[in-house]
Each structure stands twice: as structure tokens, then as C-alpha cells.
Write a new protein. Structure first.
Length: 106
């Protein structure tokens, strides 16, 4: 009986992202997701983070791709440790990605 050679096919690593959302009061919320646009929609609907119960999500202003969930968690921790000025510099380097309808009028 011939030996069976097992060949493992590489599993595609799901991309993860660190993102920043601007709240109506100007604060920046940092999070991670494998689908930041879908997560932003959750934030807009009032679900997903208590942070937005006080001041609604207005704009998805920053997305940074990461190699995997672990890398995204480490980067999220680093971004959260940044000053507001440093976070604003990240945002300034990237065009606005998504806005709520009422963010345009206010």
C-alpha cells in the first residue's frame, strides 16, 4: 500500500482593520473589525459600543489594514495610547471614508 502524503493547503488569513470613528461631539473612537464599514453601520444604529450612546457616530475617518486579528489588537492598543493630536494626524492623512447623512448638514 503506497504512503499517503498529506498536503495542507494554506488557509487564507482574514484581514483585520483598525478604524477610527468620529462622534458628534468630536471625540474619536478606536476599534478593530474584519469589516469596518459594516461595523460603522452598527455604530450608527446605536449598537456595538456604548461609547456612541452619549454622542452618535458621525463619520468613519480612518481605516488601517492589519495582517491578522492579533496585529489589529496590538495596533488598536497603540492607537488608543496616542494623544488626541496624534490620532488627528492619522485622520488628516486619510480622506473621509463614510459619513452619516446628518453629519453633512451639521
Amino acid at each position: 500500500m503506497p504512503d499517503v502524503i498529506s498536503v495542507e493547503t494554506p488557509v487564507a488569513v482574514k484581514p483585520w482593520f483598525v478604524y477610527l470613528v468620529r462622534a458628534a461631539n468630536g471625540a474619536l473612537y478606536c476599534g478593530i473589525s474584519d469589516d469596518p464599514h459594516k461595523r460603522f453601520a452598527k455604530h450608527q444604529s446605536g449598537k456595538g459600543a456604548r461609547f456612541f450612546h452619549v454622542s452618535p457616530a458621525q463619520a468613519l475617518v480612518y481605516i488601517e489594514p492589519c495582517a491578522g486579528k492579533g496585529d489589529a489588537l496590538r495596533r488598536e492598543r497603540a492607537v488608543k495610547a496616542m494623544s488626541k493630536l496624534a490620532k488627528e494626524a492619522l485622520v488628516a492623512a486619510m480622506p473621509v471614508i463614510a459619513l452619516t447623512d446628518n453629519a453633512l448638514s451639521g
